[in-house]
Ligand binder design. Structure first.
Ligand code: NAD
Length: 479
């Protein structure tokens, strides 16, 4: 199925807004380097209109029964499912990931919205016992208008988490979609609008990210901020939110360690590691990055890993059989080339890939480095690309310390058949999420978030809904 790239528009106060004299931002196909469309950039007046519109919609939306809000969310999810092929193709064209991954992502995004449609009905408070004649009610209230910033690497999942939770809780949401890959969020907002989300409940803006975040976070209309992206940008937004005393949920970078002990099936674990490492060309915040492999199986593991990485089929995400697509933008390409040069300079042993493919588009070979020295920059900085770093270890205690040593703490993984070791790891790994014998850690009903410089707060699950609620105590006497 070939599709035209749609008109890229903002959605403000219930209206789709095109260029109309605004600056525009080109949207480029990462598989060819060719422009596909022009995205209008929101002006300060557009942002003010979005704020006014959200403020006007909030009293009505927050007073709408949760069951009715849930109906609209469910309908939006159904509309997205009905359009999954088209949305997934747009996602792949803009972001680059293989179509099969994009389809899973769109389905997952619909599942997140559906789950929140139900969970919104359970935003209960509680009654706390007090002296005779006194009732103490703890109410859960929607916090107000949220400003949400979503990145380019998961153009469906991230907006779905933010829109699903905020709307289910009774908040209005001003969403900044990623400028590099806006079409998925546009289609999602269209689904919400068609499902009956009242005017102003969702506003969709794009433009110059720093201008938008400064404008929205400073506005008294905005009561909650949610950001997914790099730690560097998260730090800036946390500062803006702190100055305005606003809560912020931050899902930032990671540098996930994988501990592979010697009591596992090497070939089976290598297969799982390859699928997870090169998913979305490694541009995933929970992507496994540092593979600490027990010395008894290290050489066999490294050989099998390098062979499997080299065998991956690289190509445009829409081509049949593609297992890894291009990097999403040229910034990533430059960053990966730099990381590889530094790894070589530091003395790491290149055992697969290591270079850009000789063709148009942002293609980079799946890359594996073995015996990586601690001073290599990629050992501290998130590569956010198709680079695996392999290191041997001998001692459980020492490897846990190494795994925990970075300021990041988003995801970690371990492969071992030893039950008591699994318990020790659950206690000792300093991370927001831990996969034991699995890389699958993402579902609508489980919390998603990190510790340390990987951020704070959770998305998904009851925690994700609570992030958009405030607690109000009402003490009541009979007279
Ligand atoms: P970046 O730091 O410039 O941007 C990251 C994201 O934040 C982008 O979506 C961007 O549009 C947005 N952004 C940038 N400045 C902003 C601002 N002042 N206000 C609001 N939003 C802003 O980096 P990049 O080159 O786009 O991405 C690469 C880095 O971002 C990676 O190294 C990775 O660490 C991180 N990243 C993390 C995630 C995640 O899921 N945690 C997602 C995407 C990118």
């Amino acid at each position: 199925m070939s599709i035209e790239h749609p008109d890229l528009k903002l959605y403000i106060d219930g209206q789709w807004i095109g260029g109309e004299g605004r600056d525009t931002i080109p949207v480029v196909d990462p598989a060819t380097g060719q422009p596909m469309g022009e995205l209008p950039s929101a002006t300060p007046a557009d942002l003010d209109r979005a704020l006014q519109s959200a403020a006007a919609a909030w009293p009505g939306w927050s007073a709408t029964p949760a069951v009715e809000r849930g109906r609209i969310l469910r309908r939006a999810a159904e509309l997205m499912r009905g359009r999954r092929d088209r949305i997934a193709r747009l996602l792949t064209r803009e972001e680059g990931k293989p179509l099969a991954e994009a389809l899973i992502e769109v389905d997952g995004a619909a599942a997140h919205i559906e789950w929140m449609a139900e969970e919104g009905r359970r935003g209960y408070g509680r009654i706390v016992g007090g002296p005779a004649g006194i009732r103490q009610n703890v109410l859960k209230r929607p916090i107000g208008v949220a400003a949400a910033f979503s990145p380019w690497n998961f153009p469906a999942t991230t907006p779905a988490r933010k829109l699903g939770a905020s709307l289910a809780a009774g908040c209005c949401c001003i969403l900044k979609a990623p400028e590099e890959a806006p079409a998925t969020a546009i289609e999602m907002v269209r689904a919400f609008a068609e499902a009956g989300a009242p005017r102003g409940v969702i506003n969709l803006v794009c433009g110059v990210p720093a201008e938008i975040s400064r404008h929205l976070i400073a506005s008294p209309v905005v009561r909650k901020v949610s950001f997914t992206g790099s730690t560097a940008v998260g730090r800036q937004l946390a500062g803006l939110a702190a100055a305005a005393v606003k809560p912020i949920t931050m899902e930032l970078g990671g540098h996930a360690p994988v501990l592979v002990f010697d009591d596992i099936d090497v070939d089976a674990v290598v297969r799982l590691c390859i699928a997870s490492k090169y998913r979305n060309a490694g541009q995933v915040c929970v992507s496994p990055t540092r593979f600490y492999v027990h010395e008894r199986i290290y050489e066999r593991f490294a050989g099998a890993f390098a062979q499997a990485a080299s065998a991956l089929k690289i190509g445009p995400g829409l081509d049949e059989g593609t297992q890894m697509g291009p990097l999403a933008n040229t910034r990533r390409l430059a960053a990966i080339e730099n990381a590889v040069a530094d790894l070589k300079y530091a003395g790491a042993r290149l055992i697969a890939g290591g270079e850009r493919l000789d063709r148009a588009g942002n293609f980079f070979a799946p890359t594996v480095f073995s015996d990586v020295p601690a001073q290599a920059r990629a050992m501290r900085e998130e590569p956010f690309g198709p680079i695996a770093l392999l290191l041997p270890f001998r001692d459980e205690e020492a490897v846990i310390e190494q795994a925990n040593a970075l300021p990041y703490g988003l995801a970690a993984y371990a492969f071992t058949g030893d039950g008591s070791r699994q318990l020790r790891l659950s206690e000792r790994m300093d991370t927001g999420m831990l996969g034991l014998n699995t890389f699958f850690i993402n579902g609508p009903e489980t919390p998603w978030g990190g510790v340390k410089e990987s951020g704070y707060g959770s998305e998904g699950a009851t925690e994700g809904l609570e992030a958009y609620q405030t607690t109000r105590l009402v003490v009541q006497t009979s007279s």
